[in-house]
Design a protein around this ligand. Structure first.
Ligand code: XBP
Ligand code: MG
Length: 253
């Protein structure tokens, strides 16, 4: 079947947002509310097992803070903390930005020139996606994506397949006409669950994850003059990830 669309995860895939972005914003929100919660780099790696910021805070308290007495309105408090976290995170993007990962801008430009349709399928809050695209990619980058499927738009977050299914439904496309980009085990379970062939580019938090069924597992997308490390599969005889490689993975059994 002809390849018509590319579907991208955001956190860890388009940009390395977790360690120096989301994590720092969570800690700023906790400090703002006078909580003695602090997520260091290692702990945050464990907390990433749960997708979604609100879900992650609930998991943290249940799993690591048996000493914390939850108030009656704890769910409301978490929602409030999460709004503060989103404010800190989007301000950080506005002030300094977090760069796109290697090869992302080049590949998006190649895909747009070729007339491929583009979409986002992520667990993060919509404002975070908008801010990242605007400040780290281009002023008009939100318009590059036909659909931005994000956050609570579906009740079951990754690893559930729902966010990818929702995005494809909006585009009136079947999984056979699409190809996905992910960085994590939860993300791959979601995209594979939706029937999508998927390329993995790992990062420091996801290097040790298992990636069954990935089209290939690479260090990054690469650039002219920089060939990515291949951890699983091959680069389809290309020097870096370009549309020829993606078409080859998409066509493979
Ligand atoms: C991203 C996430 C998100 C962000 C935080 O996962 O897990 O929860 O860490 O975002 P994926 P919010 O890359 O698989 O989509 O705080 O806005 O929920
Ligand atoms: Mg991700």
């Amino acid at each position: 079947m002809e390849l018509k669309a590319l579907l991208f995860d955001v956190d860890g895939t388009l940009a390395d947002t977790e360690r120096d972005g989301h994590r720092v914003a969570f800690n700023a929100a906790f400090a703002e509310y006078g909580l003695d919660w602090h997520w260091d780099v290692d702990l945050y790696g464990q907390l990433l097992a749960v997708t979604g910021g609100k879900e992650r805070m609930h998991y943290y308290v249940d799993r690591f803070r048996s000493d914390y007495a939850k108030p009656d309105d704890f769910t409301d408090l978490v929602a409030e903390l999460h709004r503060a976290k989103t404010r800190h995170y989007t301000r950080m993007l506005q002030e300094g930005g977090i760069p796109m990962r290697t090869g992302v801008v080049r590949l998006l430009n190649e895909a747009r020139e070729a007339g491929l349709r583009l979409a986002i399928a992520t667990t993060t809050t919509p404002e975070n996606v908008t801010a990242l695209l605007r400040h780290s990619l281009a002023d008009d980058a939100n318009d590059w994506f036909e659909v931005i499927a994000a956050g609570d738009i579906v009740p079951a977050k990754k690893p559930a397949a729902d966010i990818y299914l929702w995005a494809m439904q909006q585009m009136q496309l079947t999984p056979g006409a699409c190809f996905a980009f992910e960085d994590s085990e939860n993300g791959l379970r979601s995209s594979r669950g939706a029937g999508l062939k998927t390329l993995i580019t790992i990062n420091d938090y996801t290097r040790s994850h298992a990636f069954p069924g990935a089209a290939a597992v690479l260090s990054d997308l690469g650039e002219p003059g920089h060939t990515p490390d291949v951890l699983v599969g091959n680069l389809a005889d290309q020097p870096y990830v370009n549309l020829a490689a993606i078409r080859a993975w998409h066509a493979a059994d």
